[in-house]
Design a protein around this ligand. Structure first.
Ligand code: NAG
Ligand code: NAG
Ligand code: NAG
Ligand code: NAG
Ligand code: NAG
Ligand code: NAG
Length: 320
């Protein structure tokens, strides 16, 4: 919770006469306050409008009034530090021992958008005269938006794709952004945003249209930003990306298996060729060995035959 201390100080320092007559000055000071941080009230929750005024402890009999802009919200009086009863609107409260603590904060059980940018002021009604406000506090109201609903209307190839983003029941009017593939902003003129204030609750429904040429697998995000609440809601359309991922994955598998087949095929062919080579080498060696052996045998036999022939007696001659 933040307190607009500048506004409190400023209005307390403003002289009574100026406050009564110097509307321009007070208007200027209010304008300055609008730029400042105010007390943030969340719709439907209680909020405390802070005001501390320890000097009140020195007062015996006094009355105070909390006003919302010009409307009386709460009035109460103390006599000799005893609270003499409270009149209030919408169950607004003030601590009963305020006269002993100086804590004159106003407790609102619930707030709604009609309280937004309202100024709550505390006046001390003394016996002599009504004074300037002791405290001036501005109130800002915020309400949370629903999670955005994002629709994608696929178009025929070449046509623009339409996106529709809807969020409801928030306050104040939010900022709506679009992002394509998480980084790119859509081109100017492609976005049309409409915020409708609901007549009963004063809350907003916001609808934003985005129309652009975008590939089927691009991610498109709609972002609803409620700055008052520091709330950012994002909804993303992934298009047909998930299918494409599967497609890509199967394609990768196909490439991998084909590659694997080719590699295995080459390895098998190399292996077979090598085996054939080895077989040929071993066959040649075997042949050579065989040849050598048979050559030697032939030679030996030849020699033997010759020797035998030489040693053989010549029967012809002897016969003759
Ligand atoms: C406060 O009011 C009571 C009753 O009206 C009166 O008797 C008393 O004197 C007052 N006290 C002061 C300090 O004015
Ligand atoms: C002042 O009173 C309000 C309720 O009346 C309480 O919420 C707040 O905490 C109090 N402030 C301090 C500083 O005691
Ligand atoms: C009451 O008003 C008069 C003149 O308007 C002023 O002089 C006086 O200081 C005021 N008293 C208080 C308590 O504000
Ligand atoms: C979108 O694409 C269509 C067809 O390719 C083209 O005629 C059209 O001008 C494009 N629109 C934008 C905004 O680029
Ligand atoms: C606001 O949005 C809600 C939820 O989408 C819907 O039920 C309601 O009719 C809308 N109101 C208006 C006025 O558009
Ligand atoms: C918004 O909220 C985030 C986390 O909840 C926090 O870190 C950041 O400081 C807040 N910003 C403002 C401006 O409050």
């Amino acid at each position: 919770m933040t307190v607009d201390s500048f506004c409190v100080m400023n209005s307390r320092a403003t002289p009574v006469a100026l406050w009564r007559t110097g509307l321009l000055l007070s208007f200027l000071s209010l304008s300055a306050c609008l730029e400042q941080d105010c007390v943030l009230g969340i719709m439907g929750r209680p909020v405390s409008v802070p005001c501390f005024y320890p000097e009140i402890l020195t007062y015996g009999n006094f009355s105070i009034e909390w006003r919302r802009n010009d409307e009386l919200v709460l009035r109460t009086e103390w006599e000799e530090d005893v609270n003499m009863g409270v009149w209030s609107m919408n169950s607004a409260k003030i601590s009963t021992d305020a006269a002993l603590t100086g804590n004159l904060s106003l407790e609102l059980p619930t707030v709604d958008p009609t309280d937004d940018k309202m100024y709550y002021r505390l006046f001390l009604i003394s016996v002599e005269n009504q004074s300037a406000p002791l405290c001036t506090v501005c109130l800002r109201i915020a309400a949370s938006f629903s999670s955005p609903l994002l629709q994608r209307q696929e178009a025929a190839p070449g046509d623009e794709t339409a996106f529709l983003c809807h969020s409801s029941g928030g306050f104040p009017e939010p900022a709506v952004h679009w992002l394509i593939n998480d980084t790119e902003e859509p081109p100017e003129g492609s976005v049309r945003t409409l915020a409708a204030s609901l007549p009963d609750s004063h809350l907003y429904n916001v609808t934003s249209h985005l129309t652009l040429n975008v590939s089927k697998d691009s991610r498109v995000s709609c972002i609803i930003e409620n700055q008052s609440m520091n709330q950012t809601l994002t909804s993303t359309s992934y298009g047909v990306q998930s299918n494409t991922v599967v497609g890509r994955a199967s394609q990768a598998m196909w490439i991998f298996s084909t590659g694997l087949c080719v590699v295995v095929g080459i390895m098998v062919m190399v292996g077979v060729a090598y085996q054939i080579h080895l077989d040929r080498i071993s066959k040649r060696r075997k042949d050579e060995y065989h040849d050598q052996r048979s050559n030697r045998g032939y030679r030996r036999r030849h020699l033997y035959d010759k020797e035998a022939e030489a040693m053989k007696p010549q029967p012809k001659e002897t016969d003759v």
